[in-house]
Design a protein around this ligand. Structure first.
Ligand SMILES: Nc1ncnc2c1ncn2[C@@H]1O[C@H](COP(=O)(O)OP(=O)(O)OP(=O)(O)O)[C@@H](O)[C@H]1O
Length: 375
């Protein structure tokens, strides 16, 4: 129907998407390319668990969106299908204390939440360990985004407890995988010496994907997510190029979904390059949005104050923050540190006449982009 004026136009009940779900954040991809060597290293560390022994501990590092979480999810589901090994992944972004981590472990082992939040840590731990010993079960714990435990100064205690479980709790077998996405954090160095002496993990590094690898991975998503012919090779290549700027595959996945929605808005059957460029204006901030979403109220308050006083001296910013939140200087400094590690702000030291050495605070992004995303 080449001369049909409606050709290329999408009707109400049609969609460019075959399965939009493949672009959602919690989707675990069927095919997982370009991470073979990392998967092998992790398997090597975990293999003893299948034989009923304590596995080697592992430390997984690498920039955001490079498949660290997905690798562990894939291995955990393989283990669940093929062995009696128990596996629990704890998201430390939302469980940033030792107590919270062990509450999640309790929930994973017993399938219900700990009885009350006033139960002591020691009791919580004993119950978990006793159950493992009783069932003669090996447990593998993945502490995902473990860097958040470091930001809250909880990492050493948490790891120490987990690593010493077999000595303190009559042979409970627990292996630990820690996953960090903070490139500036030297995990081992940041641990107490008592933990360093018992923690000698296998190191598995997830490097950034190259542009060709990104295109290869996203091609698979396109095939599953869009109808045939919706995304051309040229459009896909452009998506890969934009994604490679940050190396975070999440940008590419979000970009594809938004570009698809933009095409639908034009009632078009195909995604064009303008749909991609428009989508990128939002998708490029996906990392920022994710970081902001997980901040506490006072942390978000400080980001807002800095956005309104971009580039000002730390002392002046503190005055405004204190007035707004009544929080003291110690907490203020802690939050500054965390925001800097998250890449939301940067601090710069300078000599200021009459004031000596002083620190200025500025956002790593345009203030409007940050304020828009703070809700
Ligand atoms: N090799 C791959 N094949 C298919 N999809 C992938 C691959 N690597 C990553 N992804 C996808 O990219 C997104 C980010 O991956 P993942 O969450 O595993 O990264 P991460 O390294 O754990 O990130 P972060 O450090 O920010 O938590 C997920 O949606 C995942 O499905």
């Amino acid at each position: 129907m080449a001369d049909d004026p409606e050709e290329g136009m999408l009707s109400w009940d049609e969609s460019v998407f075959r399965d939009e779900h493949v672009f959602e954040i919690d989707y675990v991809p069927e095919t997982f390319k370009h991470r073979e060597s990392q998967m092998e290293s992790l398997k090597y560390a975990l293999r003893p668990a299948v034989r009923g022994s304590r596995p080697l501990n592992a430390m997984v590092r690498g920039p955001p969106g490079t498949g660290k979480t997905t690798s562990v999810q894939k291995l955990f589901s393989e283990l669940a299908a093929q062995s009696d090994v128990a596996t629990i992944r704890v998201n430390c972004q939302v469980n940033a204390t030792r107590y919270a981590v062990f509450s999640r472990l309790f929930e994973g082992v017993f399938d219900y939440e700990p009885p009350t939040s006033s139960i002591s840590f020691k009791k919580l731990f004993t119950q978990i360990a006793d159950q493992l010993v009783e069932d003669d079960e090996v447990l593998i714990v993945a502490l995902d985004d473990v860097n958040y435990l470091f930001y809250e100064n909880e990492a050493s205690d948490t790891l120490y407890s987990l690593l010493r479980a077999h000595e303190e709790h009559s042979g409970a077998k627990i292996g630990v995988i820690i996953i960090s996405s903070d490139p500036d954090l030297d995990v081992i160095d940041a641990l107490d010496s008592r933990v360093q002496s018992v923690f000698r993990p296998e190191e598995v590094y997830f490097n950034r994907y190259g542009e060709g690898e990104i295109a290869d991975i996203l091609r698979e998503r396109v095939k599953r997510g869009f109808h045939d012919g919706v995304v051309s090779t040229a459009v896909l290549d452009r998506v890969a190029e934009l994604t490679a700027q940050s190396g975070d595959l999440r940008v590419g996945i979000d970009l594809l979904r938004r570009a698809g929605l933009n095409a639908e808005m034009r009632a078009s059957r195909t995604v064009n390059s303008q749909d991609v460029e428009d989508a990128f204006e939002t998708s490029k901030f996906i990392h920022l949005s994710r970081n902001l979403k997980n901040l506490s109220d006072s942390e978000a308050d400080l980001v807002e104050v800095i956005a309104e006083h971009d580039g000002d001296q730390a002392g002046d910013v503190y005055e405004v923050f204190h007035e707004r939140t009544e929080l003291g200087y110690t907490r203020y400094s802690e939050i500054i540190n965390k925001l800097e590690k998250l890449g939301i702000i940067e601090t710069e030291y300078a000599e200021i006449e009459g004031r000596g050495r002083s620190r200025s605070l500025s956002l790593e992004y345009e203030p409007e982009a940050v304020l828009d995303r703070l809700e």
